[in-house]
Design a protein around this ligand. Structure first.
Ligand SMILES: [Ca+2]
Length: 92
């Protein structure tokens, strides 16, 4: 599965500095990958391709949705990145 990620617009600030460090993670059937992080930006431009390999479809009628999540990268160790938003895309 190939996902072309172009950009985000008008993201909300997640850091106390008033900006975010967003990246996009796509997952399907437990297989996931992400874009690079754009530091300190609320309108990031990615123009990247996420390729999810080794996906096996057995029944097209029961295909799960594609999950796209936007995270704010944080440099603090032992603290998870902040989830900024989720899109659930039906592929049926
Ligand atoms: Ca951050």
């Amino acid at each position: 599965m190939i996902i072309n990620v172009f950009n985000c617009r008008d993201l909300l600030p997640s850091d106390s500095s008033g900006v975010s460090d967003p990246y996009i993670k796509a997952s399907y059937f437990g297989i996931e990958d992400k874009t690079d992080t754009v530091m300190e930006c609320l309108n990031p431009i990615y123009n990247q391709r996420i390729v999810l390999e080794n996906i096996e479809i057995f029944d097209e009628k029961s295909m799960p949705p594609l999950i796209i999540k936007v995270y704010d990268y944080d440099e603090e160790p032992f603290i998870a990145d902040d989830l900024m938003g989720t899109a659930i895309i039906s592929l049926k």
